[in-house]
Write a new protein. Structure first.
Length: 139
């Protein structure tokens, strides 16, 4: 099941998944942020955080001749019902490395989504950017 969920996650990131996050997340999903101490519970708040992250972590256009700095997954480990997806990107010229840890249920919905980021300077930068974005996205 996790293989299908991860494929749908990648389709969502490419903008190719009808229903978007709503079709991926369980109503009772729990989101663990590298920035917020307490787990965020529920589809609405998890969707908000993941949407903000897609804006905050897209990376930058790389000047010709330099290594790629756009958001990209570099490794993937799948063991039902879990997936670990390692990513790299660049924000304001700073290298960001992290993992998304995804757990799904038997219905193929994400029940837990954890994000871990390194180095510390990147965590601080993402914290600032996510705070600004979440403030703008509030209803």
């Amino acid at each position: 099941m996790i293989e299908e969920v991860v494929e749908r996650w990648h389709r969502h990131l490419r903008g190719e998944l009808p229903g978007g996050l709503d079709s991926l997340l369980d109503d009772d999903v729990v989101f663990y942020s590298p920035i917020v101490f307490t787990p965020q519970r529920g589809k609405a708040i998890t969707s908000l955080y993941l949407s903000a992250a897609s804006v905050a972590l897209p990376g930058e256009e790389s000047p010709s001749g330099e290594r790629e700095t756009r958001f990209r997954y570099t490794k993937q480990v799948l063991a039902d019902p879990h997936a670990v997806l390692e990513f790299e990107t660049s924000i304001e010229g700073m290298y960001v490395n992290g993992v998304d840890i995804i757990t799904c249920n038997e219905r193929g919905l994400i029940t837990e989504f954890r994000v871990m980021i390194r180095p510390l300077q990147a965590v601080n930068l993402v914290h600032r950017q996510m705070g600004e974005l979440l403030e703008k996205m509030k209803p």
